[in-house]
Design a protein around this ligand. Structure first.
Ligand SMILES: Cc1cc2nc3c(=O)[nH]c(=O)nc-3n(C[C@H](O)[C@H](O)[C@H](O)COP(=O)(O)OP(=O)(O)OC[C@H]3O[C@@H](n4cnc5c(N)ncnc54)[C@H](O)[C@@H]3O)c2cc1C
Length: 386
C-alpha cells in the first residue's frame, strides 16, 4: 500500500483545501448555529467536478476512485464535518451505489444530474423500528401493472429534506425476511412521497437529516436497482463502501482538533510558561498525534482494500471504528487543552466534538462494527496474519 499521495492527488487535496477555506469556512458557523444548508456552496463544489470522484467520466464523474473520495472528505471535514457528511451521503451512499448496482439505462437517467449537483441524492435504509437490524425493515413494495407500489417510512436520512432522488430499500417478499429486500431509485417529487421537517441534531448541523414517508408511491418497474429480492447484497456492500469512505471525515476531524490544540498550547501561558511545556499537556499532544496517525493508516488501508475487493467488510469496520472513536476523544482532548475557551463555541473545538460523535453511530454503530470484526475472526478461526 502506497501512502504517498500522487501529484494528481496532491493537486485535488489543495483544490479542496482552497475551496474549504474560501467558500465553506465563511458559512461553517452559520451552518452550525442555524442548521443552515449552503446550497450555493454545494453547487459550487459540483461545478469544481468534485462531487463524483468514483463515477465514470461518461456520466459526468471524474473516475478517480475511492482514494480521491477519501482525500476530499478528509479535507472538507477539517472545516465542516457536516458539509463533508452531506457530500458523502450524496457522492458515496447514493452516486457510487448507483454506479455499482444500476443498469446502463438507469445510470444514464440518474447519474449526470447527480454528478453535477443539480440533483441532491440520499440513501434511505433506516426506519423508526429498524436501525442496527437494518434488514428487519417494514417498508414494502408490491407489483401492480407497470409499477411497484411503495409503502413505509424511513428516518434519520441524510439529505432527505433536500434530495430529489433516494435509493430506497423495501421488502418485495416479506415472507423471505431479510432476504426479501430490493432497492429502488425513487424520485422524491412523486405523488405519495412526503417529508418530515429537518431533525434538530446535537452536531453535524447544517447537514439536513430527515424522515421520508411513502404512501402508495408508484415506482416504475424499470426503477428497481439490482436483482429483485437481492437488495441485502446491495445493502451490505454499500455499507462497507460507506464505512471506508466516511471514516475519512473522522480523520479530518482528528487532524483539525490536533492542529487547533497544538496552536493554542504554544500560545497560552500559565504559571509563567507555555502550557505546551506542562508534561500533562505534552502527553495529550503526543497521544493525539499517534492516534491521528494510526487513524490515517487504517483509513487509507481500508480504502486500498475497498479498491481491491468490495466484499472485505472487516477493513472498513476496523477503520471507521477506530477513526470515529479517536476523533471524539481527540476533539474532547482539544477542548480540555483549550480549557474554558475550549468550551466556548467561538473556538470551534467543541463543535468538532459534537460532530465527531455522529461517526460512532451513523453507518452502523461502534457496537455493530465490533460484531462484524469479531464474527469474521470467529468464522475464520484465525487472525488474517496467522
Ligand atoms: C445524523 C444521522 C445521519 C444518518 N444518515 C442516515 C442515512 O443517510 N441513511 C440511513 O439509512 N440511515 C442513516 N442514519 C441512521 C443510522 O445508520 C442509524 O442511526 C444507526 O444504524 C443506528 O440505528 P438506531 O439509531 O436505530 O439505533 P439502534 O439500532 O436502536 O441501537 C441502539 C443501541 O443499541 C446497540 N445495539 C443494537 N444492536 C446491537 C447488537 N446486536 N449488539 C450490541 N449492541 C447493539 C447500538 O449499538 C446502539 O448503541 C443516520 C443517523 C444519524 C444520527
Amino acid at each position: 500500500m502506497n501512502l504517498q499521495f500522487t501529484e494528481e492527488e496532491l493537486l485535488i487535496q489543495e483544490t479542496v483545501r482552497q475551496f474549504a477555506e474560501n467558500s465553506l469556512d465563511p458559512v461553517a458557523e452559520k451552518m452550525d448555529k442555524e442548521d443552515y444548508w449552503p446550497n450555493d456552496v454545494f453547487k459550487e463544489f459540483g461545478e469544481l467536478g468534485l462531487l463524483a470522484p468514483t463515477i465514470d467520466e461518461k456520466y459526468g464523474g471524474s473516475g478517480l476512485g475511492y482514494r480521491v473520495q477519501a482525500i476530499i472528505l478528509e479535507e472538507l471535514a477539517k472545516i465542516s464535518p457536516a458539509f463533508a457528511l452531506s457530500v458523502g451521503a450524496h457522492s458515496n451512499l447514493t452516486l457510487d451505489n448507483i454506479n455499482r448496482n444500476a443498469t446502463e439505462s438507469q445510470k444514464q437517467r440518474f447519474l449526470p444530474k447527480l454528478c453535477s449537483g443539480e440533483w441532491v441524492g440520499s440513501l434511505a435504509l433506516t426506519e423508526p423500528g429498524s436501525g442496527s437490524d437494518a434488514l428487519g425493515m417494514n417498508s414494502t413494495a408490491r407489483i401492480e401493472g407497470d409499477y411497484y407500489i411503495l409503502n413505509g417510512s424511513k428516518t434519520f436520512i441524510t439529505n432527505a429534506p433536500l434530495a430529489k432522488i433516494a435509493i430506497v430499500y423495501a421488502k418485495t417478499d416479506p415472507n423471505l425476511g431479510s432476504k426479501g429486500v430490493s432497492a429502488f431509485l425513487v424520485d422524491l417529487d412523486s405523488e405519495g412521497v412526503s417529508r418530515g421537517k429537518a431533525m434538530d441534531k446535537m452536531g453535524m448541523r447544517g447537514s439536513k437529516t430527515g424522515e421520508l414517508f411513502f404512501d402508495n408511491v408508484r415506482v416504475p418497474l424499470e426503477n428497481l436497482m439490482g436483482v429483485v429480492n437481492h437488495g441485502h447484497k446491495v445493502v451490505m456492500s454499500g455499507l462497507s463502501a460507506e464505512r471506508a469512505v466516511l471514516a475519512a471525515i473522522s480523520l479530518g476531524i482528528s487532524e483539525q482538533a490536533s492542529k487547533l490544540a497544538l496552536k493554542y498550547a504554544l500560545e497560552r501561558n500559565q504559571f509563567g510558561q507555555k502550557i505546551a511545556d506542562f508534561q500533562m499537556i505534552k502527553e495529550k499532544l503526543a497521544n493525539m498525534f499517534v492516534e491521528t496517525q494510526a487513524s490515517k493508516l487504517l483509513v487509507y488501508w481500508a480504502i486500498n482494500e475497498l479498491e481491491l475487493n468490495h466484499s472485505n467488510n472487516i477493513a472498513p469496520a476496523s477503520s471507521i471504528l477506530y477513526a470515529a472513536e479517536k476523533s471524539t476523544q481527540t476533539s474532547l482532548q482539544a477542548v480540555q487543552i483549550l480549557g474554558g475557551y475550549g468550551y466556548m463555541r467561538e473556538y470551534k473545538v467543541e463543535k468538532l466534538a459534537r460532530d465527531a460523535k455522529l461517526l460512532e453511530i451513523g453507518a452502523g454503530t461502534s457496537e455493530i462494527r465490533r460484531l462484524i470484526i469479531a464474527n469474521r475472526l470467529i468464522r475464520d478461526g484465525k487472525y488474517p496474519w496467522d
